[in-house]
Design a binder for this molecule. Sequence first.
Ligand SMILES: O=C(CO)COP(=O)(O)O
Length: 257
Amino acid sequence: MAARKFFVGGNWKCNGTGEDVKKIVTVLNEAEVPSEDVVAEVVVSPPFVFLQQVKGLLRLDFAVAAQNCWVRKGGAFTGEISAEMLVNLQVPWVILGHSERRALLGESSDFVADKVAYALTQGLKVIACIGETLEQREAGTTMDVVAAQTKAIAEKISDWTNIVLAYEPVWAIGTGKVATPAQAQEVHDGLRKWLHSNVSPSVAESTRIIYGGSVNGANCKELAAQPDVDGFLVGGASLKPEFVDIIKSATVKSSSA
Ligand SMILES: O=C(CO)COP(=O)(O)O
């Protein structure tokens, strides 16, 4: 049974200047991350306009992701960036279905699933985001919500090899209110069971389910120690040097494996 490689994504969101980008990349390039071919897969996601710059400067053992792409082939869609363009620029990853886009830009689960399916057909790897709001958690519907979001994707794809599932409870994003390790584990375990029953046992076993929402250098180790937490999608802290500590939390996993 192949272990799931720890995955740490840095979602820079709509932040930064060219100068900031250089500083962040310098910190990453100088970081001494645990090797034997790095125990974590590290992917940073700058805004579109900085993708080329970051790709050019970033160490080769880390990769880049776009934060979105258009739902199908490019064309007359002003302001959009197509999956083909990302492939053309050799950007290997894309984040899709982030809750900020779902909530602020009205992206439905079906629309997100169409994007995921199309991006995969173009050869992109996808960080697919799901997560419940505070109201949904308080109403006890967390598992139903994340299962429905996952189902929408599962119905439109057949190969999960290039998917990382990011569980990001909306109430934990940018709030400083991180899910407890037990809360994260409970949902990740539920999602793995859902994949087991509704997709396949091997997809459940091999798909990385990562946690996002107020992860920082101080809380990452406890979260990483949970058996079904396979890494993180980090917002605010990915712009700071503590992102390196979050990458290093992968060692918790390798030492407990
Ligand atoms: O939305 C997130 C990552 O995609 C999480 O953001 P924060 O880490 O800032 O809470």
